[in-house]
Design a protein around this ligand. Structure first.
Ligand code: CUA
Length: 163
């Protein structure tokens, strides 16, 4: 009987070791996938600059007169203000292959900025400037969507990028 117990105990230990090993492998796989995704597809995670007074940000030239400006041969900067319930500018036209730097903030509440068909997905927060770079290689129309609930007409908060 004692021998059976011992054998059972060893069997359980073996299973435990297998499970621990399996969990460790999973962790390595998940971490590798994150690194792979960021290195292959670029981390289009908007990085926010330190928070400031929202009114100060809105008074900055780029946000007082939001729009598109050409900053180089093939590079553009889009200065955008989000508000309930639109993006300004709401229609963006740029050439194919252009590298676009987005600088964005919100005038009122937290909005989302997602561009369908790309990895772009950032939060726009009053008092924060979210910025990211993206190169649009494929011609077509891209839908800009607010993906943070921001009020009654949230679902109508849309825009368009055309190349
Ligand atoms: Cu803006 Cu939802």
């Amino acid at each position: 009987m004692a021998g059976d117990d011992h054998a059972a105990h060893e069997t359980i230990e073996r299973y435990e070791r297998i499970w621990v090993g399996f969990s460790l492998i999973l962790i390595v796989v998940f971490v590798s996938l994150v690194f792979y995704a960021v290195s292959m597809h670029g981390g289009h995670i908007g990085h926010a600059e330190p928070r400031q007074d929202p009114q100060k940000i809105l008074a900055m030239e780029e946000f007082a007169n939001p729009g598109i400006e050409q900053t180089g041969d093939n590079s553009y900067q889009v200065n955008m203000v989000a508000m309930a319930f639109s993006f300004v500018p709401g229609e963006i036209e740029i050439p194919v292959g252009a590298e676009v730097t987005f600088r964005m903030t919100s005038r009122d509440v937290i909005h989302g900025f997602q561009v369908r068909g790309t990895g772009i997905n950032v939060e726009l927060i009053p008092g924060d400037i979210s910025s990211l770079k993206y190169t649009f290689d494929r011609p077509g129309e891209y839908l800009m969507i607010c993906n943070q609930y921001c009020g009654v007409a949230h679902q109508n908060m849309l825009g368009r990028i055309a190349l």
